[in-house]
Design a protein around this ligand. Structure first.
Ligand code: FE2
Ligand code: FE2
Length: 135
């Protein structure tokens, strides 16, 4: 079962942003599928989390660069939401390294990430697109 299905409402209309959103969803779905299949051990999970964190950080940097260049009015709020997710992922990685995350807990983490993405794409990222009028 796919954790996050791509939906048209995720589209921002900024090609580079849409491409990265699709890639992030693919990566998270892949990690989730490996977890479900029981194919991922602690090392593989740690690696996947590191990869997700690196890609998300790069993606946020791109959006923040666009916002700064366009003097976007909601920049601070949008950036704060990015930073919250990065903090959450770092915390989860630390817990995982301590062995606190396995099995069911990883499943919950995947669902948390899924909920955050769906919410952020639909609200902050969609507003960024609307207000910039990027086509
Ligand atoms: Fe964003
Ligand atoms: Fe985004």
């Amino acid at each position: 079962m796919t954790l996050i299905a791509w939906r048209d409402e995720f589209r921002t209309g900024i090609p580079a942003v849409d491409h990265e959103h699709a890639e992030l969803i693919r990566l998270i779905n892949e990690t989730h599928a490996q977890l479900l299949a029981g194919r991922a051990d602690a090392g593989a999970i740690g690696e996947a989390l590191g990869e997700i964190l690196a890609r998300i950080s790069a993606h946020f940097a791109l959006e923040e660069q666009i916002m700064r260049a366009r003097r976007y009015d909601f920049f601070a709020q949008h950036k704060a939401e990015h930073e919250r997710l990065i903090d959450d992922i770092r915390e989860i990685m630390q817990e995982q390294e301590r062995g606190a995350y396995a099995g069911d807990a990883m499943e919950r983490l995947a669902r948390e990430l899924s909920a955050w993405f769906s919410g952020h794409f639909r609200t902050q990222d969609a507003r960024l697109h609307r207000l910039l009028g990027v086509s």
